[in-house]
Design a protein around this ligand. Structure first.
Ligand code: ADP
Length: 209
């Protein structure tokens, strides 16, 4: 993927939902994506929807089953192509829609690769310092959503470690821009949503339906 934007294209207005596995990013992203002019992109979901016979589908299975990240260039290319398809299908209109990213960028390199393509207006950091609570949430999700990477405690612990060592530094990448809002992820989902919406309401020039 090219690090620079094609001529004539503006960076996408973007909101990042950020947090550890199990912090509720998907729940919030999905809810936000139900509001007109907000388009949710959940990176893990797009990976899970890949045909596992393809090279990328195989790579996803291999890395995710170990609790590791899929390599950055592949991931950002997948993201870029998926967004282009959404634009072509009329499901994302970059000139009027907000892009809600959940699960990407997931390390500093991805943030750098994506930086010229997105204009990040808010980072919502869903925090849950109680690791046992996260693990309990993931195990519950394993049963409900048939997620293999949620079923095994060793893989869960590796994912939490990957989050601490690789993903958390993304916060430092955006820190100088002063866009981050920290939200207690142990609150009821509706209370988390309220705080996210308050953060969005502070932005200027909100899209009309
Ligand atoms: P969670 O945040 O609960 O771990 P996701 O569904 O977001 O779950 O991700 C599942 C797996 O998909 C990750 O463990 C990783 O292997 C892969 N993945 C998702 N997003 C990315 C990304 N941006 N970069 C690399 N790998 C990713």
């Amino acid at each position: 993927m090219a690090p620079s934007l094609p001529p004539g294209r503006n960076p996408y207005r973007t909101l990042l939902i950020f947090g550890a596995p199990g912090s509720g990013k998907g729940t919030q992203g999905t809810a936000l994506g139900g509001i007109p002019r907000f388009v949710h992109f959940a990176c893990g979901e797009v990976f899970r929807s890949l045909d596992t016979r393809t090279e990328l589908g195989q790579a996803f299975l291999e890395y995710s089953s170990r609790g590791e990240l899929v390599p950055d260039e592949l991931t950002v290319k997948l993201w870029d192509e998926h967004i282009d398809r959404m634009v072509d299908a009329g499901r994302f209109k970059p000139d009027i829609d907000f892009l809600v990213l959940d699960g990407i960028p997931r390390n500093q390199r991805q943030a750098e690769l994506m930086d010229s393509h997105i204009s990040v207006e808010r980072v919502f950091h869903l925090t849950c310092p109680d690791r046992d609570k996260l693990i309990a949430r993931l195990k519950k999700r394993a049963l409900k959503d048939n997620r293999l990477d949620d079923a095994n405690e060793e893989v869960i612990r590796k994912r939490l470690l990957t989050y601490e060592t690789e993903t958390k530094p993304v916060l430092d990448f955006y820190k100088p821009r002063g866009l981050t809002k920290v939200i207690d992820a142990t609150q009821p989902p509706v209370a988390v949503m309220k705080e996210i919406l308050e953060g969005i309401m502070e932005l200027g020039d909100l899209p009309t339906a």
